[in-house]
Design a binder for this molecule. Structure first.
Ligand SMILES: [Zn+2]
Length: 156
């Protein structure tokens, strides 16, 4: 059994299929039962749609884009460096829950930053009516802001 406490605040979560959402409104971190979703999709790729359906993910309005932040585990090769919080920042026209599922199931994941291996939770996202180009610019800004805050901000 997966530990269903929130990976960020350790509080209670509610489960929708294989998706866990923190009950605490100020946290709202989300994570997938990664082992299960990977196994299900490997068994039959059609299961991806069922997993998404069971998670009751809201539909995204046309023209909307999201900026999202994934919490990342430390890469073992950085173990000798001073500790730094690591996050992956991205933009997407998909709902971020689906984008996050794609990251961990190697469907258009970041090969460079190995989001399939190191992403452990979706910790933030914002939705806005904007073009892909604007979303990409915002993503770059977000990465710079996070770096300024001392976060090891990946992406772009
Ligand atoms: Zn939480």
């Amino acid at each position: 059994m997966i530990n269903d406490n929130c990976r960020v605040c350790k509080g209670k979560t509610k489960r929708r299929g294989y998706l866990y959402i923190c009950n605490d409104k100020s946290c709202r971190a989300v994570f997938w039962d990664k082992a299960k979703v990977k196994r299900k999709i490997k068994e039959d790729p059609v299961n991806r749609e069922l997993i998404i359906e069971e998670a009751k993910i809201p539909k995204v309005k046309k023209g909307n884009h999201f900026l999202y932040v994934l919490r990342m585990k430390r890469n073992p090769k950085d173990i000798d460096k001073p500790y730094q919080k690591t996050e992956y920042n991205g933009e997407t026209a998909l709902h971020p829950y689906i984008r996050y599922l794609n990251h961990i199931t190697k469907n258009n994941h970041s090969r460079k930053f190995r989001t399939d291996r190191y992403a452990t939770a979706l910790i933030d996202f914002k939705c806005q009516k904007m073009t892909r180009e604007v979303a990409k610019k915002r993503e770059k800004q977000l990465i710079l802001e996070k770096k300024g805050m001392g976060i090891n901000a990946l992406g772009g």
